[in-house]
Design a binder for this molecule. Sequence first.
Ligand code: GDP
Ligand code: ZN
Length: 450
Amino acid sequence: MNGRTDTIVAIATAPGRGAVGIVRVSGPQAAAVAMRLCGTLPPPRTAALRQLRDAHGQAIDRGLVLHFPAPHSFTGEDVVELQGHGGPVVLQMLVEAACCAGARLARPGEFSERAFLNGKIDLAQAEAIADLIDAGTREAARAALRALDGALSQRVEAIAEALTTLRVYVEGALDFADEDVDWLADAALAQRLGALRSALEQLLTDAQCGRRLRDGLTVALSGRPNVGKSTLLNRLAGAEVAIVTDIPGTTRDVLREPLDLAGLPLTLVDTAGLRESDDPVEREGIRRARAALAQAELVLFVVEAAQGIIAEDAALLAAVPADTQTLIVHNKCDLLRQAAARWEDGGRVHIRLSAVTGDGIPLLVHELHRFAGWADTTQGVFTARTRHLDALRRTLACITEAERRLAERAGAELAAEELRLAHEALGEITGRVTSDDLLGHIFSRFCIGK
Ligand code: GDP
Ligand code: ZN
């Protein structure tokens, strides 16, 4: 039997013990398989209590049985759910009984894959299911649900539709190229292409924000020893995570702390104070600190508020990779009896705060949200993946190239080709254009039963 017409089974609930555990069966034989376990099936979408038996008629459990006939099910196939008691042994026995009755074990993500192949959800929505389950914060979960509801897919589809219209126009114009009227010189065409590009740019910006929400932001703390990096980490984490002492060089290893910063998932990396040292342990810490800096998307560079950026700070600042954004934290403002503040200088944001009293921490949190692309609200943010960003960037590059070719007038054929490529790249997001490779890559990362 081929992979799409056989019947699969898996435990759908989390491993371990629970009050209830669900075994899901999907495929053309789902009803027949389930009937071998539970006798008769209840009417569609109605729960009924049944004895669940193995192939020899021995009772395994008693539980609820639900039948979702095709195509009105998650996978679009015949689906039966057996809700037994949530012990790993009982559920495993149910799965084995289903296999004896003709089902086979599902591969990771195979239920979602079938839902996609049967047109129940598109690829971006299938990914959103995984993101919803894996969400690390409430905001991330809400954003994944928006993606599942089609927030990303609908905007991609709208752009794809506009692109289709444009392609029909351009290819039609090429066919009539010998006539007197030059259809491609039409200013409206350039305008429509420009509008398409803006829509794509906006979608890319929003998707970048969603990608940060899914994967979290990596922020590194840096600065001289004793400026208060670890104290700041502890303050943001709301717990004593890092060791704080007034002996310089205390933080010797790199500490990674995953935080939920008012909904924004963020990994804060506390590094060893950067300074020359003869101690081999401290030197290793400093080497790792530099590596962590190179990976961060944002560096919180901490200085003493009383001193501002002194020569030693400036030297360390110069070591931050040029393409990494830096925010200057002027710490210990309590010692100066100064209030917290935010200002901009030389294209950099500065925040004066006190890690010890907590004064100014909200300013910093707000700034981190802004950096992640969450101005004042997270309304409408949907989760996105690097794969989506990559496809959007390629689409954008093709559209930009098509614009250039059309403006040149000579390259109309090439413009048409760029538009075709743009369409293809865009289609990868929702799975209109896919390869088996891509599907395997995406669904194999799901867990079994999803
Ligand atoms: P690190 O080496 O940069 O990680 O600095 P630590 O976090 O270990 O702090 C060094 C010293 O500065 C400790 O004694 C902290 O209590 C003190 N410190 C840190 N932040 C503040 C602050 O905002 N105000 C005051 N008064 N002291 C602070
Ligand atoms: Zn420290």
